[in-house]
Design a protein around this ligand. Structure first.
Ligand code: WTA
Length: 590
């Protein structure tokens, strides 16, 4: 397969993808026609309903394939950190999640209860997610890197009733358990050996499973009923619980089909962790709903290991992120040349801007372009994308999903003509749209302006309807694809005894997109030193999360603040970048 790269005017290059290059026709053959003829009513028919308005997302992801011709098809190839290998068919996944759903019901977990998963990428993570949805409870996922403070915030805000974890991670929850009165049950996954002795309210997974029946009738959920929630960062305040409904599966299914182009003979690898929305929508729900065989690799990023996984499992469709691609680029062409990667046929990327160099590199090394996709935790599904059947403009996020209206609006929510930079906005009403911010309807309302959902990103649309990312419109940081709120990092910093005040920004970084940089004012009796800087970094890493600590700390005497005392991060950022600081009329005299 050879795709051609041509120049299309100043600074724009296009990958042309003539139809004859596709060995199998793309699932979405004609984007324009799909947009014209699209109806959500028809999209609803792609999935199974119990009746007109009731469904279960987990039933659609797994159970419906466990009875038909896909029942013995491998749903999950798992490779553990130490090279262990396991595989599960759709029927096995369906039965195991049924068993766990029964076991959770036995300990009293009910429809609507929040049950969080704090696990490494083990098969049990996926089984637990499915089980929670089948039971009608609301599943929450947590990054393995989270420290006690981050866990307390999330489990506390959601009033989580139960957590599924491993003994090795449980310590971090135990240390804050006194602050979590709603947390009644802890399920400890012990399938890979442990001699943990449970106390009251603690349950061993293997024992629960051994006693549980593998028949379970999935809860009949209204389309609007909550299925899962994720804590994500905004510009102000602590992270917030973004809640998704069961009917999000309609769009997760269709976008996986049309954008990831999944076919029955594909082996699919989504490198994202389910702590992130990508690992749920395209690592569990939308992709299994298409009957895709998925690879889950527990290990951390390492170029040669990644190539080995692609080769070993014959991965044909690969969904990853720009930081990972840049790290593969850095590892050099030799690392890739040592493996047979000819199994790959379709590549996609998400989470941060995908540089044109990364696409050119993909063409060189894999003979394939990466297809950028844009979306957010809140949108629940890819909303803007490059499709297999339309040309890729290097550097553009692509075009809206059929049935989705995207636009660029000004500060008042008025649409602006092509070529004008502004707020990227989406017309509300797509099925995968988040339904609320947990216990914070006011925060939810803040997202909307003049009947548009305002994404927080700045972008423009060109005359052919392609969207181009400019940057965040707020202080949210994207580091290696992870979304980090500056307030959460600042809060963790000021908890350190030596820190009086802190301001946190995202500093541009070639590899990670951005890194977290903190400006710290020390308490009066403290002296700055490299040792103190390191101590503060470790302190934040332990309390908050392995990925949300400041890689750079600069000690300063004073922070720019508004007269009302708010730290002006945009001034810190402008100074860092050597840019004009803009209007300082609200700056406190210092
Ligand atoms: C950024 C990720 C540029 C953007 C699924 C968005 C992107 C935020 C892209 C959401 C892209 C995501 N190009 N930027 N293709 N995709 N972003 O909630 O700033 O972790 O608002 O969800 O990531 O991050 P989140």
């Amino acid at each position: 397969m050879t795709f051609t790269l041509r120049s299309a005017g100043e600074k724009i290059e296009v990958v042309d993808k003539p139809a004859e290059l596709f060995t199998t026709p793309p699932n979405l053959g004609n984007y324009e026609a799909a947009c014209r003829e699209f109806s959500w009513e028809q999209a609803r028919r792609e999935i199974d309903w119990f009746d007109e308005d009731h469904l279960n997302a987990a039933y659609n992801a797994v159970d419906r394939h466990a009875v038909g011709w896909r029942k013995n098809k491998v749903a999950l190839y798992w490779e553990g950190e130490r090279g262990e290998v396991e595989k599960y068919t759709f029927r096995e996944l369906s039965r195991l999640s049924n068993q766990l759903a029964n076991a959770l019901a036995d300990i009293g977990i009910k429809k609507g209860d929040r049950v969080f998963i704090f696990l490494p990428r083990l098969p049990e993570l996926y089984i637990a997610f499915l089980a929670i949805l089948k039971l009608g409870a609301v599943a929450g996922t947590l990054f393995a890197a989270f420290g006690p403070e981050a866990l307390k915030d999330r489990l506390g805000d959601s009033d989580a009733r139960a957590v599924v974890t491993i003994p090795g991670y449980y310590e971090r929850i135990e240390s804050v358990r006194g602050d979590l009165p709603a947390l009644k049950d802890v399920i400890l996954v012990d399938t890979r050996g442990t001699d943990f002795r449970p106390k009251a309210g603690e349950h061993l997974y293997s024992k629960m499973m051994a006693e549980a029946d593998h028949h379970f009738a999935p809860a009949v959920m209204a389309a609007e009923d909550y299925a899962f929630m994720l804590y994500t960062s905004g510009t102000t305040g602590k992270s917030k619980g973004v809640v998704h409904a069961h009917e999000a599966i309609i769009q997760e299914h269709l976008s996986a089909k049309w954008i990831l182009d999944l076919k029955d003979d594909d082996i699919y690898w989504c490198t994202a962790d389910p702590g992130w929305v990508t690992g749920i929508a395209y690592g569990i729900l939308g992709t299994w709903s298409n009957g895709a065989t998925s690879v889950i690799y527990e290990g951390r990023f390492n170029p040669r290991e990644w190539y080995r996984i692609v080769e070993k499992y014959d991965v044909s469709v690969w969904y990853t992120a720009p930081t990972a691609i840049r790290m593969l680029m850095k590892a050099g062409p030799k690392a890739a040349a040592d493996f047979d990667l000819s199994c790959l046929r379709h590549l996609a990327s998400v989470g941060e801007p995908l540089n044109p160099e990364a696409i050119r590199w993909g063409l060189d090394v894999f003979g394939l372009p990466f297809h950028d996709t844009w979306w957010q935790t809140e949108t629940g599904s890819i909303l803007i994308a490059n499709y297999p059947s339309i040309p890729v403009k290097l550097g553009s996020m692509g075009r809206p999903f059929p049935g989705v209206t995207a636009s660029i609006v000004d500060d008042d929510g008025n649409e602006m003509p092509p070529g004008t930079p502004g707020h990227l906005a989406i017309k509300p009403g797509w099925p995968a749209m988040f339904r609320t911010v947990w216990h914070n309807e006011a925060k939810y309302e803040e997202y909307f302006n003049n009947d548009w959902y305002i994404t927080g990103d700045r972008a423009y649309m060109d005359s052919e309807g392609y969207f181009w990312f400019i940057g965040r419109g707020d202080d949210v940081i994207k580091t290696a694809g992870e979304r980090v709120g500056p307030f959460e990092v600042e809060s963790a910093l000021v908890d350190h005894a030596a820190v009086a005040e802190a301001g946190v920004i995202g500093k541009p970084d070639m590899m990670r997109g951005e890194i977290i940089k903190a400006f710290v004012v020390l308490a009066t009796d403290q002296e700055s030193s490299p040792e103190l800087s390191e101590e503060i970094r470790v302190f934040v890493k332990k309390r908050l999360a392995g990925h949300a600590y400041p890689r750079e700390i600069e000690f300063v005497d004073v922070l720019p603040k508004t007269q009302s005392g708010k730290i002006m991060r945009r001034v810190l950022k402008a100074r860092e970048l050597g840019l004009p600081v803009g209007d300082l009329s609200t700056l406190e005299a210092t």
